[in-house]
Design a protein around this ligand. Structure first.
Ligand SMILES: CC(C)(COP(=O)(O)OP(=O)(O)OC[C@H]1O[C@@H](n2cnc3c(N)ncnc32)[C@H](O)[C@@H]1OP(=O)(O)O)[C@@H](O)C(=O)NCCC(=O)NCCS
Length: 182
């Protein structure tokens, strides 16, 4: 361990240069499991949508941290649908990985399942795409390593992520133009 690094590898004195070695999707793949408790639910014992969004953000950040090996901030969340109800006592499983990295940003895909631990039955609850930007301690943007897709599914997600990025950029420009016109 370098004397300027803590046990977790974080630089304590000098600013570490980001390691831009390309990384495989499996290097960022993460799984998070939450047990739904009464404090996560509405009076009908159904999971609050806001709580699910909070967990999606954390599950997405796990993959972005693992890919970039840096701090990250959430830049945006795409459209979210809730496809299947989740109740108190259910397990919620979040699978996340970086679909594609650009200069400082990464698109992370998060797939959410609900599982009954009595039957082991799983249902797809939601899928989300979040964009994270790598930053240093001062909030300055940092370059991120490229993603190397390996499987056909990873190649498909990589290509789709490029198309979604163009849509997001167009939407951002449209909003900026609308705002400038008052
Ligand atoms: C997100 C943030 C870092 C972008 O920085 P910026 O200087 O405004 O933006 P830039 O135009 O230089 O873009 C930086 C990168 O973010 C991406 N980005 C910016 N806004 C984005 C958006 N709305 N959706 C997706 N990506 C976005 C850009 O495409 C760019 O990616 P690239 O470097 O890979 O090409 C900055 O706006 C920020 O810090 N926002 C607050 C984040 C935060 O606090 N999140 C927690 C929730 S409150």
């Amino acid at each position: 361990m370098n004397p300027t690094e803590s046990k977790t590898g974080e630089s304590t004195t000098a600013q570490k240069q980001p390691d831009l070695t390309p990384r495989a999707v499996k290097d960022s793949a993460s799984e998070m499991v939450e047990l739904v408790l009464p404090n996560d639910a509405n009076p009908l014992n159904a999971l609050l949508g806001g709580r699910l969004m909070h967990w999606i953000d954390i599950a997405g950040a796990l993959a972005a941290h693992r890919h970039s090996r840096s701090y990250v901030v959430t830049a945006s969340t795409d459209h979210l649908d809730f496809l299947f109800p989740v109740r108190v006592g259910d397990l919620v499983i979040f699978k996340s990985s970086v679909n594609r990295a650009f200069s400082t940003s990464m698109e992370v895909g998060i797939k959410v399942f609900v599982e009954s631990y009595f039957t082991g039955e799983r249902h797809h609850v939601s899928s989300a795409y979040l964009t994270f930007v790598a930053v240093d301690r001062q909030g300055k943007k940092l370059p991120v390593p490229p993603v190397v897709p390996e499987t056909s599914e990873e190649h498909r997600r990589y290509e789709d992520a490029g198309r979604r990025r163009e849509l997001r950029r167009a939407e951002k420009q449209r909003k900026a133009l609308a705002a400038s016109k008052g």
